[in-house]
Design a binder for this molecule. Structure first.
Ligand SMILES: Cc1cc2nc3c(=O)[nH]c(=O)nc-3n(C[C@H](O)[C@H](O)[C@H](O)COP(=O)(O)O)c2cc1C
Length: 269
């Protein structure tokens, strides 16, 4: 699916059909996972499919998800992380969301599920002795059909001028400026990216020759996973405008007007 239409309509699936994903679709899911594992080879990460979701759901009831509201799905995907630095977290967001878009093309719905700092002993009991320390799971399956008579809740998004800046994070960018720079569409649609608790911490600072990505500290935390998701969608949206660069990481903290930011990297224009 075209990336702009996908992002506009992208929604987490929290209600799945009870049935498993078909054998044929599972073969394709495994092929996607293999491809991503090839891409992340050597980076201390491994994507794993847990086919028997019931056992995972039962073990994580009251533990995983927002306030212990675990999402029930027939299968789960985990991204095993052997180390937990900011770069690994950025990568986990980037690659997990790449999987989300591929699954969406197959009609498979997804929802990120936080594991809320589950201790390693419990992690091993649930995911096996050789598991890494997972921050999140992806619940996957066929979405339950929507009831056309029930108005669906929409997750609010910040305005473009709240996430886009001109030269400095002190100076919001207006839509005309972004249009002139050919970034209007990219920064309009990127707002539909998912983020933990929908906190949308991403900030984009537009310079003459590049765009910088920073994340705002919210509730005492920098969510690097959210930044990785935004990096993935920025690159994909930029491709639709003929730009084929990748983000260069260049991390530094900065405090502006009492708010803490972590600058993550630059995308050359
Ligand atoms: C890193 C991350 C963690 C998330 N954790 C959960 C979770 O534990 N439970 C849940 O229901 N949704 C979770 N979500 C989904 C977000 O709440 C959701 O993407 C966001 O509110 C936007 O809503 P939408 O996906 O419906 O557009 C998570 C999303 C991300 C990116």
């Amino acid at each position: 699916m075209n990336m702009t239409s996908f992002l506009k309509s992208r929604k987490s699936t929290r209600e799945f059909k009870k049935k498993s994903v078909t054998e044929k679709d599972l073969v394709n899911v495994k092929a996607i996972i293999d491809e991503i594992n090839d891409e992340v080879k050597g980076s201390n990460m491994e994507v794993k499919l847990y086919e028997f979701g019931k056992r995972i759901f039962d073990s994580l009831k009251g533990v995983g998800g927002y306030s212990g509201v675990m999402i029930e799905s027939p299968h789960y995907i985990a991204l095993d992380m052997k180390s937990h630095g900011p770069e690994e977290k950025l990568n986990s967001g980037y690659y997990m969301e790449k999987i989300v878009t591929r699954l969406n093309d197959m009609g498979i719905g997804t929802c990120w599920v936080g594991l809320n700092n589950l201790d390693m002993e419990r992690m091993k009991a649930i995911f096996g002795e050789d598991t890494g320390d997972n921050d999140y799971l992806l619940a996957i399956g066929y979405p339950k059909p929507k009831n056309p008579f029930v108005h669906e809740q929409f997750s609010e998004r910040l305005g473009v001028e709240e996430i886009a800046f001109r030269e400095s994070i002190k100076k919001p960018a207006d839509v005309d400026f972004l249009e002139e720079r050919g970034l209007g569409d990219i920064l309009f649609y990127i707002r539909f990216a998912p983020s933990s608790k929908n906190l949308q911490p991403w900030r984009f600072i537009v310079h003459d020759s590049n765009v910088e990505l920073a994340i705002e500290e919210i509730n005492g935390e920098f969510c690097y996973t959210d930044a990785g998701i935004a990096m993935y969608y920025f690159e994909e949206l930029a491709k639709t405008q003929g730009m084929k660069h990748k983000w260069d990481l260049d991390m530094r903290p900065e405090e502006v007007k009492g708010k803490k930011y972590m600058f993550i990297g630059k995308y050359e224009l």
